[in-house]
Design a protein around this ligand. Structure first.
Ligand code: SF4
Length: 475
């Protein structure tokens, strides 16, 4: 902070954080240039990771890689995009999990192997990544990063299989965890989703080829059409002949991350066949049915609370209002006035609409409470603006257990609901009342059976847990 710059994209923002988005495109002929499609696709996935971005392209002769720290438009410009020629490409936006924030971990990774040039980009986290890393090191492999993707790339390169698809399929048998993986080879693009279907991945058609992306919004952004979601455990090949399934090996139990619908996915994306915006409204309706509502007006915490607040207000028969305005022109950094206190910093970002709030009993809906800091500041802001009462409604159950599948927080100590009663939480954030949706209510609203979803951060029941994996609460 010595230079007076406050990073608004805080190191520990009070929201769960999605760890990455991926995209891969195989053009329909050698003349197609895909770099701008990759760039625009990554733009659509920016909400999944803001710490780094990268693109690899292949022109039939060589693969070219450009990556760096920051947002997509901060990393790329017309000059470096012009260098990335090719009819096939893959891209990645990164949010560092497990504290691995060094730029060296920025994806994609590109190497030369016996299968020719190979590039990889991954969303998710391996639960046996450390064990596989150790095995590679024992064999004398030189690893330059902390990333699971580098481990995957080495496992593929060292598989000894005759073809690249066979090498990737062999590697998928070794890795355990949550992942959406895109691999670019010289003859094909491969895409794989973990057997539990925890991380999302969708296949689509664009005018000049086929593509996969973490979310359908990236396909729509390119004017493409969704073909279908990649199946849990499916390994797809995209090449000159179109796309096909190379291998299908899903787990009996599926475990789609329920937080995709609560918060991670962009509202216009469909995950598990359900539109995220409509699911969020349905969560709001369930919440209004489950919890007592004594309010004059409903507002959403900007911006992620707005969709559930709309459903909540509809169900409760109360007016929905915009009670707080978010200043959209505050960038990731801004100059903090020398004498400014924390309240001023919040005010620069959020401003209450006094005429909506004054003298009212306000029901404020937010998607989740992770560390509790934002909720406390928001409630204080509403009271200062004249709200008579502030009742907090949360569109997810209490977030009590860390995520081990690549989303943050990954430590129990960072979770304000862990080890606290509802009353203690209410007092901590300064609300008149606090209500969470139940797990059953959340599952009903998502519309996917509970045994097909991961709800581990609410229940502590981890669906992907090998015997040798030590959970944090085990000590
Ligand atoms: S633990 Fe929570 S955030 Fe992690 S994958 Fe499961 S539902 Fe998603």
């Amino acid at each position: 902070m010595s230079n007076g710059i406050l990073r608004l994209a805080e190191k520990h923002p009070d929201k769960p954080r999605e760890a990455c988005g991926v995209i891969g495109i195989w053009g329909e002929n050698q003349d197609v240039q895909v770099v701008h499609l990759c760039y625009l696709g990554l733009y659509a996935l920016q909400h999944r990771g803001q710490e780094g971005a990268g693109i690899v392209t292949f022109d039939g002769q060589e693969m070219r890689l450009y990556k760096g720290a920051g947002l997509v438009p901060e990393v790329f410009d017309e000059d470096n995009l012009a260098e990335l020629e090719g009819f096939a490409g893959l891209g990645h936006v990164r949010l560092a999990a497990k504290g691995e924030r060094h730029v060296v971990n920025t994806q994609p990774f590109l190497v030369r192997s016996s299968y020719g040039s190979l590039a990889v980009a991954q969303n998710g986290s391996l639960i046996n990544g450390s064990e596989l890393r150790e095995r590679l090191l024992q064999k004398g492999t030189v690893l330059q990063t902390d990333s699971d993707s580098e481990v995957i790339l080495n496992l593929i390169a060292q598989s000894g299989e005759e073809s690249l698809p066979a090498a990737v399929a062999r590697t998928l048998e070794l890795i355990e965890g949550a992942y959406a993986l895109v691999i670019l080879g010289e003859d094909m693009l491969l895409a794989a989703r973990d057997p539990w279907g925890n991380r999302p991945l969708t296949l689509g058609r664009v005018e000049q080829g086929y593509m996969v992306a973490s979310e359908s919004c990236a396909i729509a952004n390119l004017g493409g059409e969704v073909i279908r979601e990649v199946e849990p455990g499916e390994l797809l090949i995209l090449d000159w002949s179109g796309w096909r399934t190379y291998r299908q090996q899903s787990a009996d139990r599926k475990a789609l991350c329920s937080f995709e619908h609560v918060y991670f996915a962009r509202p216009d994306s469909c995950i598990g066949g359900k539109n995220a915006y409509l699911v969020r409204k349905a969560i709001g309706r369930e919440l209004a049915r489950e919890a007592p509502v004594n309010a004059d007006v409903v507002i959403g915490a900007p911006d992620s609370g707005v969709a559930p607040a709309l459903g909540f207000a509809e169900e409760a028969g109360l007016p929905f209002e915009i009670g707080v305005i978010k200043n959209r022109y505050v960038g990731r950094t801004f100059m903090r006035p020398t004498q400014a206190d924390r309240r001023t910093a919040v005010r620069i970002k959020l401003n209450p609409v006094v005429d909506v709030l004054q003298g009212k009993r306000v029901a404020v809906v937010d998607d989740s409470i992770v560390r509790g800091t934002t909720s406390g500041k928001l409630i204080a802001l509403l009271r200062e603006a004249g709200a008579r009462e502030v009742h907090m409604y949360v569109a997810s159950p209490p977030y009590r257990f860390p995520c081990f599948y690549g989303n943050e927080p990954s430590s129990k100590s960072e979770l304000v609901a862990s080890g606290r009663t509802l009353d203690q939480l209410k007092d901590l954030i300064g609300a008149d009342s606090l209500h969470y949706i139940s797990i059953d209510g959340l599952v009903r609203a998502i519309g996917i059976p509970r045994d097909q979803l991961c709800v581990a951060c609410f229940t502590g029941e981890y669906p992907i847990t090998p015997a040798n994996y030590r959970r944090e609460e085990d000590g």
